[in-house]
Design a protein around this ligand. Structure first.
Ligand code: FAD
Length: 461
């Protein structure tokens, strides 16, 4: 590609075009996951919808592989590509809250922390994930789970409208009444259908929550996991609580005697008063041994959303495996404990995020997200700062997944999948919705321009 051709892209953009010869190329291409090292030919730093239209048209007309980058958090690095064009939305950061309708308009470059900050001023929140540096865009088009999911559903269940630049460069708004087929597919179908430039979400009253982590010694993991499993369906939906197998971080303020020791954790956020929250959690705590620590307390919701941020700065090595989980028999708990004990690093973890409650009240065919009957979305992640650990993280994640998968459903949350999934995983994930997704793909992206994702192939005409 000649410099003249690249110049035509720069001339049509208000934002910058960054290429390998630019001083900030390495910083611009760096993804959250330090294990992924992709070298795009061009990065189009879009600042508005016109830039996105120009970038999509350029990428398509030049026959380039096109990746869409929201927050750049995706596990296998699907927000970038080698030798292609990255449509980078990270500069598009506007958030506008309408307190009267309790809705929030969010640009596609926002992180969930950006939105939490804006909505908290109005005593509102949208269900997003549990790390505030995650991009809203990728999280939303994949589905979105977090502390508010039991009560208010997945992120997509709170999506009212999305502005989208399609593969042919046209701009549409998708909602229940406009392009309803596209709106259906965007809610869980990933980045397959176009570049979302802005989202309109329904927000909910959430302000101060009773929240935080409780850690037990690994020797109590079996009893804690069983108790959590039995407690969850009895707990009010205002409580978002996930269970994890982790390690006590070797740093203050964690108790020194436990630094680096394997642990079982329940991490919760109750949208209500501390007194009510304590009463509810007491039902779990009474049935298990005393924890190493219980740091649940009243805090602003954005503080809880950012609780993990300091442990997970940009650039660590990550290897992801996921599954949807319907039930957690004792044998599965034993398998989890045995596999988690072999974790190759202090940060490596397994989490089970609840996806029941409000998620189950939405019919399976109402959105692209098909596995509405699962109880949890499981993630196994090998994490470490040292690149030399990459192989050990992958080996552990794959071995753990192979051992536990027989207890789980066939599919997984697309945002917890890697790029080395077994054949048929994407189809298994979408189940009976897959065919319809393939038809919508054929209508809106027949040439599969947007294929740097957990790809849905356009249906043959
Ligand atoms: C530390 C950490 C914690 C996480 N916690 C949670 C959690 O609690 N809950 C949860 O649900 N997920 C969680 N995730 C997973 C997260 O949802 C995915 O990593 C998601 O892909 C991140 O979105 P992004 O915009 O940052 O990703 P990017 O890497 O920018 O993009 C990822 C994918 O999304 C698509 N995409 C991005 N922007 C757009 C757009 N504007 N239009 C269309 N498609 C787009 C791209 O095609 C690409 O395939 C977590 C991830 C990390 C790293």
């Amino acid at each position: 590609m000649t410099d003249e051709i690249v110049a035509t892209l720069q001339q049509s953009l208000r934002g910058r075009v960054i290429g390998p010869s630019d001083a900030d190329y390495d910083a611009a291409r760096a993804l959250y996951n330090g294990m992924i090292d992709k070298r795009p030919r061009l990065i189009a730093r879009c600042v508005d919808v016109a830039d996105v239209i120009a970038a999509v048209n350029f990428g398509r007309d030049q026959g380039l592989l096109v990746a869409i980058r929201g927050g750049g958090h995706n596990g296998p690095g699907l927000g970038s590509c080698n030798d292609g064009l990255v449509v980078d939305l990270s500069m598009m950061k506007s958030v506008r809250v309408d307190p009267a309708s309790r809705t929030v308009r969010v640009d596609a470059g926002c992180t969930s922390g950006d939105v939490d900050h804006a909505t908290h001023a109005f005593g509102l929140a949208v269900p997003f994930g549990i790390v505030s540096t995650t991009g809203v865009a990728g999280l939303t088009v994949g589905g979105g789970t977090g502390y508010l999911t039991r009560k208010y559903g997945l992120t997509i269940d709170n999506l009212l409208e999305a502005d989208v630049v399609l593969a042919n460069g046209s701009f549409v708004t998708a909602s229940k009444s406009q392009h309803p087929d596209l709106f259906w597919a965007l809610r869980g179908g990933g980045g397959n259908f176009g570049v979302v430039t802005s989202f309109l979400f329904q927000a909910h009253p959430v302000s101060t929550v009773y929240a935080g982590p409780i850690f037990w010694e690994a020797t109590h993991a079996k009893v804690v996991m069983r108790a959590y499993r039995d407690f969850l369906p009895t707990a009010p939906e205002e409580l978002g609580a996930f269970v994890g197998l982790k390690t006590v971080p070797s740093m203050d303020p964690f108790p020194k005697d436990y630094w680096g020791r394997r642990a079982c954790a329940v991490i919760s956020s109750y949208n209500g008063s501390a007194a009510e929250g304590e009463k509810i959690m007491a039902r779990l705590l009474e049935s298990v041994p005393p924890p190493i620590f219980n740091w649940m307390s009243a805090m602003p919701f954005p503080a809880m959303q950012a609780l993990f941020d300091p442990f997970f700065p940009k650039g660590l090595q990550w290897y992801w495996k996921g599954d949807f989980v319907k039930s957690l028999p004792d044998e599965a708990i034993d398998t989890h404990i045995a596999q988690a004990a072999k974790a190759p690093s202090e940060l490596s973890l397994m989490h089970l995020y609840p996806i029941e409650g409000a998620v189950h009240r939405v019919p399976k065919d109402a959105t692209a997200w098909n596995t509405r009957d699962a109880t949890w979305s499981m993630v196994i992640t090998g994490i470490d700062p040292d690149p030399k650990q990459a192989d050990a993280l992958k080996t552990w994640g794959r071995t753990y997944w192979t051992a536990i998968h027989p207890f789980n459903l066939e599919g997984a949350y697309v945002n917890f999948m890697s790029d080395d999934e077994v054949q048929g995983r994407v189809q298994a994930t979408y189940g009976e919705n897959y065919e319809r997704l393939a038809s919508v793909k054929a209508k809106y992206d027949p040439e599969n321009l947007f294929r740097v994702n957990q790809n849905i192939l356009p249906a043959a005409s």
